[in-house]
Write a protein that binds this ligand. Structure first.
Ligand code: GLN
Length: 280
């Protein structure tokens, strides 16, 4: 059997099951099963596929047919042009979250050697990207769950950065901030889906940890906890990602801070809230 024949049968199975972007997904699963970069696939389509590779592809397609996210099957996903390890137990980095990194990078241009705390760090995509692009910063990536900490630590070691550290902690614990240095920036993409909307999520999203999605009855429990338990240095800021229609509620929570901005994401949705503490 050739690579093309195996690919075509996987493609047919995905499209019969009603998946979108089947060509993209089948190529990703095939290149993953062959251990090659997706761009190389075109050059080896007429080669024979070994029985082991065909079996690996078959298994990958079967997993995808159960609606397991493509990213979990591949075991990695790109964020801000770099590849992060992901798998069951950790939220998959989303393209819109790159906008949160952009806001932080823009605002941190004015702060020397900043201390940054990323709360609910998950895979570490935000913390690691900031640490990588701001070598003089010190970044603390706080995560509560062991399954997510596993990927966070793996990603930190993979990038060989010495200015980012994983910290196990629960942001609802009011003593957590005491174990961390005072921050110039507190950044977070916390769980923000309201509990009642969880059952409505796509099957793929339901495979992601509920603890990374569920933000309580109105979806903003984590922002409340962050407002109560964390502060930033004068001239510093909080930067959040949030759900559609939550930016106003989050601005209200931070009513003691006069300077706030709401930003839209790549899809035009009001997605980020920036809250600045005035310099003294
Ligand atoms: N901060 C991580 C991310 O943006 C994880 C967020 C979460 O688990 N809610 O991907």
């Amino acid at each position: 059997m050739t690579v093309r024949q195996a690919y075509n049968s996987g493609l047919a199975a995905l499209s019969e099951a009603g998946f979108e972007s089947c060509e993209f997904e089948a190529s990703q699963l095939m290149s993953f099963s062959l251990g090659i970069a997706p761009g190389r696939l075109n050059f080896i389509f007429n080669d024979e596929i070994s029985p082991g590779e065909a079996e690996a592809f078959d298994l990958a397609v079967k997993r995808r047919l159960t609606h397991e996210p493509l990213q979990y099957i591949l075991g990695e996903w790109d964020f801000y042009s770099k590849t992060f390890k992901v798998g069951k137990g950790v939220l998959i980095p989303r393209p819109e979250t790159e906008g949160l990194v952009d806001i932080c990078l823009e605002k941190l241009r004015y702060i020397d050697s900043p201390v940054i705390i990323d709360l609910c760090a998950g895979s570490g995509c935000i913390a690691i990207t900031l640490a990588r692009l701001l070598p003089s910063s010190r970044v603390f990536a706080v995560e509560k769950y062991d399954d997510a900490l596993f990927y966070l630590n793996k990603n930190i070691s993979f990038f060989s950065l010495n200015n980012v550290k994983a910290v196990k902690g629960d942001i609802f614990d009011s003593s957590l901030a005491l174990s961390l240095p005072k921050a110039d920036a507190v950044v977070s993409n916390p769980p923000y889906i309201s509990s009642e909307d969880i059952p409505l999520l796509q099957k793929e999203v339901k495979c992601e940890p509920r603890t990374a999605l569920d933000g309580g009855s109105d979806g903003i429990d984590f922002y409340r906890a962050i407002r109560s338990n964390f502060s930033v240095n004068p001239g510093g800021f909080f930067a959040f990602e949030c759900g559609e229609n939550q930016s106003g509620l989050i601005c209200d929570l931070f009513d003691a801070y006069p300077n706030k901005q709401v930003y839209r994401d790549i899809y035009g949705v009001e997605r980020f809230v920036f809250v600045e503490r005035l310099s003294e």
